[in-house]
Write a protein that binds this ligand. Structure first.
Ligand SMILES: [Zn+2]
Ligand SMILES: [Zn+2]
Length: 748
């Protein structure tokens, strides 16, 4: 009973055997081609496997075969077409009267179940459209939902969850799909099932809950999701073990503890409480750096440097400790600070003490010789603070979500029937269409239109709606620091300090004698300007890359993933497939049918949708490591990770070859950036397709059409008024009338 290995083998065996059976079916098929074929020229089963629509038609029309024929294994042509993802052949067979729910093969399964094992979304969609029944169970008790869950394909699972099938339906041993997903460690599937109402507290025949199954796989994301969705931690299985007991037995208590910690609990599921309310915690974290910076600068000013520096570092660490371990009550120093205004507080505090030093020292002392530089600094600081607060507070460009379940179902159905329901058109986390160039931000937990990056320094995502404010903020930050440094230099130069007397300088000062002297004169100012100057290093790099990207009409995300996006001149489906890494080859048979365009999509898109889950998980885990690991965390914070992460180098090398449909030349790109898409005539939060003729042509055509409709001088004036208003930042979003074609059919 208590032997953990016995438990693993006992519980994992059915899964292992079912997997082998699955793969046996799949492998059978490739060999059975030779086995079943006696006369390859005239065999409807081979024709179905190869997707040879012409041959199928010929055979049926000449009366040599029927769509309802069965081979010696009692399998219909529709089964063979379905398991080979031959969508055109499936359609042709259905048109010729194939039985959609025919039962066949060793497992007495339907063609849809064969397709579901491999996660072939578009075959499933076609069969459902022909009234296939997803609730039929095969001889192992698996219905289509179980089999799609086994395939770990997230998009087919999403599609099926919007069909009439019970999300908690059980297989022969009483397992639900949620248990299977938890056992397989598919965190995305677990999440998706839970959000479609799967019960986290059902028990299978052995009394195990989905949480027990997640523990068997020791997947902390699955454990966390289940607990967050109300899985009961006290439920015991038939052998009287809770999920935690099982984790102890299976030596996966580490994963269990981490999952619970990330969910804000201790290992027994007791919530860790924070000392203040959420709101007050945020305010405290935002203001804390301002207070601590004063302490640090003062410490440096009053103590000799060798003790001052050490104490200042201790104070800095103390601030970090208070934020992470006390206010947030976390067990690590890096976790979840990104979700708080901590870094924004550091920026705010730094700017505040720079302003304080400027006002109390530089302005007071100036005799009017540097009034221009002072004015420049004042303007920079003012605009910097203003744009900083705007970048923090503006909505970065949240993408709209469907307003009802009906609308969501329509979106899924439409995307699936167009053959492009995949991770790039649909966001599983938001349950919404994903516009082009948008990205789902894990920190903000929403899709951001024309997402650039999530910036902890402004405690917000940088997207189409606040990118301009962000760039202005960084620009003003850089110019402000430079002017401050200049004014500080001039201030010290104008001081009439006595000629340095080596005997009066502290022997411990290791700086050049002049620096020692001014440091001794006003350590506070020297410390503040040194801290400010330190920030120049990364802000300048950030600013240059931002300008370069704006001029090229690319976001940080696109630069670091160049070649990934078909619409950005990448290799589209092929490269999506390439990066996801997946079996692919054996599908194209006689592809050139009337459906070859859809076939192309099936080929490109079924594949990414299948491992979409993995793609996501990988992406996330990288992100996690980046944040958890100290070095990665720092790189991420300073924005350097774009140069080290992913395919940046590879992508930059290809950048010159990529053709970017959004590119309007440097000037046009800058104008489009400034107007958040008006120059291109797009609304980035609702942009789903690249127009056939390209954006520039589409806009010209629209303008021509508008002119023909409205005609006359009045229209021209309206245009110039709009432009003027735009310049003043007064024009609200323009009406969507002319953009109908960019909206999804489903949302019109
Ligand atoms: Zn999203
Ligand atoms: Zn974000």
């Amino acid at each position: 009973m208590d032997d953990p290995t016995a438990l693993v083998s006992a519980k994992s065996e059915p899964a292992a055997s079912s997997v082998t059976q699955e793969s046996a079916v799949a492998t059978n098929l490739s060999f059975s081609q030779e086995q079943t074929v006696h006369n390859p020229e005239a065999n409807i089963f081979v024709a179905a496997q190869r997707g040879d629509v012409e041959l199928i038609k010929q055979l049926i029309e000449s009366g040599q075969a029927k769509a309802t024929d069965r081979d010696e294994q009692n399998i219909t042509p529709l089964h063979w077409a379905a398991i080979n993802a031959q969508i055109a052949a499936c359609r042709s067979l259905l048109d010729q009267g194939a039985e959609v729910d025919a039962l066949g093969g060793d497992l007495v399964a339907t063609p849809m179940q064969w397709a579901a094992r491999n996660g072939y979304l578009y075959i499933i969609q076609l069969l459902i459209a022909h009234n296939a029944d997803p609730t039929i169970a095969d001889s192992q008790g698996y219905n289509t939902l179980h089999l799609v869950t086994h395939s770990s394909s997230i998009m087919p699972l999403l599609y099926l969850l919007h069909q009439p099938i019970n999300v908690d339906s059980r297989d022969a041993q009483g397992h639900t799909s949620l248990m299977w997903a938890a056992y397989q460690g598919d965190a995305l599937s677990v999440d998706l099932l839970l959000r479609h109402g799967a019960n986290p507290n059902t028990k299978d025949d052995a009394g195990l809950t989905p949480l027990h199954w997640a523990v068997v796989r020791a997947n902390r994301m699955c454990i966390r999701r289940l607990v967050e969705h109300g899985a009961d931690l006290t439920v015991k299985d038939a052998e009287n073990r809770t999920a935690r007991d099982m984790a102890v037995e299976l030596k996966s208590l580490g994963a269990w503890k981490r999952a619970m910690e990330e969910g804000g609990m201790n290992e027994y599921g007791v919530k860790r409480t924070k000392p203040f309310s959420d709101r007050n915690t945020k305010i405290a974290i935002f203001l804390l750096p301002t207070i601590f910076f004063y302490l640090i600068f003062t410490t440096l000013a009053i103590l000799p440097w060798y003790t001052g520096v050490i104490l200042a570092m201790a104070e800095f660490f103390g601030m970090h400790h208070i934020v992470t371990r006390v206010l947030l009550n976390k067990t690590t120093y890096t976790e979840s600070v990104n979700q708080t205004p901590y870094f924004a507080g550091i920026i705010f505090g730094s700017i505040l003490w720079v302003l304080f030093s400027w006002f109390t020292r530089l302005v007071q002392h100036d005799d009017g010789t540097h009034s221009l530089a002072h004015l420049g600094f004042a303007i920079s600081a003012g605009l910097c603070m203003y744009n900083f607060s705007r970048a923090v507070m503006l909505d970065p460009g949240t993408c709209p979500k469907p307003s009802s379940d009906g609308e969501l179902k329509t979106i899924i159905e439409d995307l699936a029937s167009e053959g492009r329901l995949n991770g790039q058109t649909f966001c599983i986390q938001c349950m919404a269409r994903k516009p082009l160039r948008s990205k789902h931000c894990r920190v903000c937990d929403k899709c951001i239109a024309r997402s650039d990056h999530h910036c902890p320094w402004v405690w917000n995502c940088v997207g189409s709606n606040n990118h301009r404010q962000f760039v202005l903020f960084v620009t003003m930050l850089v110019s402000g620091i430079m002017l401050f440094d200049y004014l500080t230099f001039e201030y010290f130069s104008s001081l009439e300090l006595p000629t340095p007397d080596p005997t009066q300088i502290s022997p411990s000062c290791m700086l050049p004698i002049n620096l020692c002297q001014i440091t001794a004169y006003d350590t506070f100012l020297v410390a503040v300007s040194a801290w400010a100057t330190l920030q120049l290093s990364w802000t300048i790099v950030l600013l240059i890359s931002q300008y370069w990207q704006i001029a090229r009409q690319m976001t940080t995300l696109e630069v670091s993933n160049l070649g990934r996006y078909g619409f950005m001149g990448g290799r589209g489906g092929a490269s999506v497939q390439g990066q996801m890494g997946h079996r692919h080859g054996r599908r194209m048979g006689g592809g050139d049918t009337e459906d070859s365009s859809l076939m192309g999509n099936v080929d490109g898109d079924v594949t990414p949708s299948a491992p979409g889950g993995h793609g996501h998980q990988h992406g996330h885990s990288h992100g996690c490591c980046g944040i958890c690991g100290g070095g990665g965390f720092l790189m991420n914070l300073l924005g350097f990770d774009r140069f080290t992460k992913g395919k940046a180098v590879d992508g930059l090398a290809r950048a010159s070859k990529a053709s970017n449909p959004f590119d309007m030349g440097v000037w046009g790109n800058c104008k489009d950036f400034w107007t958040a898409g008006k120059e291109l005539g797009v609304e980035y939060d609702k942009l789903y397709d690249v127009p056939f003729e390209g954006f520039v042509e589409a806009k010209k055509r629209r303008e021509r059409e508008e002119e023909e409709e409205g005609g006359g001088a009045g229209h021209g004036r309206k245009g110039s008024m709009a432009r003027k208003g735009l310049f003043m930042g007064l024009v609200s979003r323009m009406g969507g009338s002319s953009r109908g074609q960019y909206e999804p059919i489903s949302q019109v």
